[in-house]
Design a protein around this ligand. Structure first.
Ligand code: TYC
Length: 123
């Protein structure tokens, strides 16, 4: 499938200055270097919250609104999914963003003395 968002790679083959000089490979020879600009899409990570028996449902809903930009309805749906199934997805982010979300949630839960756990996993 093409989305129009694919990265473009450029290959540049050129002779280095001095390649025709007296040293190195010698007269009449040239070294061709290839400079490849390779763009790679970043790896993505799921941020998950885990169920426990003590964290209040309303606190989890608030976490999802505050750190994951969910509206009340989406936050409640995710919270209930975690309550019923043990684990659920809050969002998908690049490594540094995911790491920051996990830290923010863990710090906020700890400050409020709730055992809520938040983890990330590579997709
Ligand atoms: N199981 C908790 C309760 O009954 C609610 C809860 C939901 C806790 C989701 C954590 O990630 C969680 N109060």
């Amino acid at each position: 499938m093409t989305t129009g968002l694919e990265a473009t790679n450029f290959d540049v083959a050129r002779m280095q200055s001095g390649d025709e000089g007296g040293n190195g490979p010698g007269r009449g020879t040239a070294v061709i270097t290839r400079t490849k600009t390779k763009t790679k899409r970043p790896s993505l990570y799921r941020v998950l919250i885990l169920n426990d028996d003590y964290t209040p449902m309303e606190f989890v809903v608030h976490v999802l609104e505050r750190f994951f930009q969910k509206d009340r309805e989406a936050a409640t749906r995710i919270m209930l999914h975690v309550h019923n199934h043990g684990v659920g997805e809050c969002g998908i982010y690049t490594f540094e963003v995911a790491e920051t979300k996990v830290s923010q949630v863990m710090d906020f839960a700890r400050q409020n003395q709730h055992p809520l756990q938040c983890v990330m996993e590579k997709k």
